[in-house]
Design a protein. Structure first.
Length: 94
C-alpha cells in the first residue's frame, strides 16, 4: 500500500475548520469529525502523494515512535478504504 496514491471518493464532501476536518458521506448521510492527526493525513490525500510520503510527513510532524506512526497511518488508510472514502488513484488524470 505504501507505494500507492489514493484519491478521495467524489461522493464525499470535506470542510476544515481550525485544522479539524469534517467529512460528509453523501451516500450514508454521515458526518465524521477527524482528529488533528487524521485531518493532517486527510488533507494530504490528493491522488499524487504516495502513502509512504504521507507516513514520512507524519513522522516529521508528530512525536512518537516511527514504527507506531507508520502502523497507525496504515491502519487509518485501511479504514478509509473499507469505508469507501478513498480509492487507489489508477490514472493521474482521474
Amino acid at each position: 500500500m505504501n507505494n500507492h496514491c489514493f484519491k478521495k471518493n467524489k461522493r464525499v464532501s470535506t470542510n476544515t475548520i481550525d485544522g479539524i476536518s469534517f467529512v460528509y458521506m453523501e451516500d450514508t448521510k454521515e458526518l465524521l469529525e477527524l482528529d488533528e492527526v487524521a485531518s493532517f493525513i486527510w488533507r494530504q490525500i490528493d491522488g499524487n502523494k504516495m502513502v509512504s510520503e504521507i507516513i514520512a510527513n507524519c513522522i516529521n510532524c508528530f512525536k512518537g515512535d516511527s514504527n507506531e506512526i507508520e502502523t497507525s497511518v496504515s491502519n487509518f488508510f485501511n479504514t478509509l478504504i473499507s469505508e469507501k472514502l478513498i480509492k487507489i488513484q489508477e490514472n493521474k488524470n482521474d
